[in-house]
Design a protein around this ligand. Structure first.
Ligand SMILES: Cc1cc2nc3c(=O)[nH]c(=O)nc-3n(C[C@H](O)[C@H](O)[C@H](O)COP(=O)(O)OP(=O)(O)OC[C@H]3O[C@@H](n4cnc5c(N)ncnc54)[C@H](O)[C@@H]3O)c2cc1C
Length: 418
């Protein structure tokens, strides 16, 4: 809580929904901690302005100890329109909500980046980009998805000015006047394509899938359909509803089942319901296409595409955006020192975690998307913040209590007594 010199009980790396929620719970429990990162960073800089969230507003709240400051309450306080399901949540409103949450519950975020994390004697040593070194009994990594963008091998053949990943937008200014191809069929692909098209930029979609799919629009559901396929914050159906409500149960499943569940089609990969009409019939889409080869010619990208019947076609563009998602692979976290990496047991690239989100390196915890292979698909969404924040704050408060000095009793100051 209060800033200590160079030693702290808990260092939280990341100030997105997961890090902020945990910090709010630790603060309530008076667990000494520091939190580092840009508040709501990737939501402000790595997602295009105008984007609509695909999760339901009721399932897009950060977690505070009294469950009192959810998105609904934020909108009510500011007289902003709100509906649990029937309206999309604009990115800018979610960012405002996250920042309001931060100033209310986590006032002391330190905007700096971790560049090295290494083992010490009974603690972990974290070095930041301003040169400060912090020794922490516990380090909680909550760096989200940004370090794990997935690019197809073909992208490595292209110069940076001709290709990018969807996570690099942000502002679309650099695309004005260019002919753009977006590769992918998930929500990032359809969101970006719609926003680029609405800016008056020529854009096409290219995808391996034979059909663009979008989430169902909000609609009234009878009690029967709700009973057959209950609604949860990460989609309909008993599997997802159970995963959303009881992430701790997933721990006990086999490794293969956990990996399958982590990648379950929770809210995707589909276009968001509200973006369908902005894409279908408006943006040219070449579907069922594999990229066989990419190259360049006269400063343009050349995509050699092949359909399932083997027919080839050549496509030309000024810029190609790969909206090809993310794959958790902790070896890509450059701040992890090789000695730590070596002791991390992995499940398909993600850390194997205990029931307390602790990796096989004692004192090192992971929350958010990196925890999905141990706690299921809810960790890939904002609505997973509640379980990790509540559970981990309770656990850390209990295990760190043994380091706290016993209450010091001072003699009564008689001068102020009557
Ligand atoms: C395009 C897109 C749309 C999405 N839409 C939805 C949606 O509609 N609903 C939903 O529930 N989820 C959505 N998600 C998923 C969502 O982004 C993640 O589930 C959520 O952001 C994870 O929160 P987080 O706190 O783990 O990380 P993030 O929100 O990604 O925050 C990461 C934090 O880590 C910090 N950080 C990173 N590296 C370092 C470092 N080295 N040192 C210090 N700090 C560091 C950053 O500054 C930032 O503060 C979407 C994701 C994407 C990419």
């Amino acid at each position: 809580m209060a800033r200590s010199s160079t030693f702290v009980d808990v260092a939280i790396i990341g100030a997105g929904p997961y890090g902020l929620s945990l910090a709010a719970h630790l603060r309530r429990r008076a667990v000494e901690h520091r939190i580092f990162g840009e508040p709501m960073g990737p939501w402000k800089t790595n997602m295009p302005p105008g984007m609509l969230l695909k999760s339901y507003p009721w399932a897009t709240s950060l977690s505070d100890p009294d469950s009192e400051f959810d998105l609904k309450r934020f909108c009510a306080e500011r007289a902003l329109p709100y509906h649990d399901e029937l309206m999309p949540l604009p990115l800018s409103r979610f960012v405002d909500y996250g920042e309001a949450f931060q100033s209310r519950y986590v006032p002391a975020v330190e905007r700096k980046s971790l560049i090295r994390l290494e083992p010490g004697a009974g603690f972990l040593r974290a070095t930041f980009d301003d040169g400060e070194t912090v020794e922490a009994r516990r380090v909680v990594v909550s760096v989200g998805l940004s370090p794990f963008k997935r690019l197809p091998p073909e992208a490595a053949l292209l110069p940076a000015e001709l290709c990018s990943h969807s996570s690099e937008y942000g502002s679309l200014d650099g695309l004005d006047g260019r002919e753009v191809v977006v590769v992918g069929s998930g929500s990032s692909a359809s969101d970006l394509a719609a926003l680029i098209h609405e800016r008056g930029i020529s854009v096409s979609l290219v995808a391996r899938r034979p059909k663009l799919q979008f989430a169902d629009g909000p609609r009234h559901r009878s009690w029967l359909s709700r009973a057959i396929a209950p609604m949860s914050g990460i989609g309909h159906g008993w599997t997802l509803a159970t995963c959303a409500k009881y992430p701790q149960l997933i721990q006990h499943l086999s490794k293969d089942l956990r990996i399958r569940l982590a990648n379950h089609r929770a809210l995707g990969p589909l276009g968001g319901a509200f973006v369908r009409d902005r894409v279908v019939g408006k943006i040219p889409a070449l579907l069922g296409q594999e990229i066989r080869h990419v190259g360049t010619h006269n400063g343009k990208v050349m995509l050699n595409l092949v359909d399932p019947c083997g027919a080839e076609r050549l496509m030309k563009a000024d810029h190609v955006i790969f909206a090809t998602g993310y794959k958790i692979d902790v070896s890509r976290l450059r701040f992890l020192n090789p000695a730590l990496l070596q002791h991390l047991q992995l499940v398909d690239g993600a850390p194997q975690l205990s029931a307390h989100y602790e990796a096989t390196v004692p004192g090192l915890h992971f929350i958010g998307p990196a925890a999905a292979n141990s706690f299921g698909p809810v960790c890939r969404f904002v609505c997973g913040t509640d379980h990790s924040a509540r559970h981990l704050a309770r656990h850390l408060s209990a295990v760190l209590a043994r380091y706290r000095p016993a209450l010091q009793l001072r003699p009564l100051d008689r001068t102020v007594l009557p």
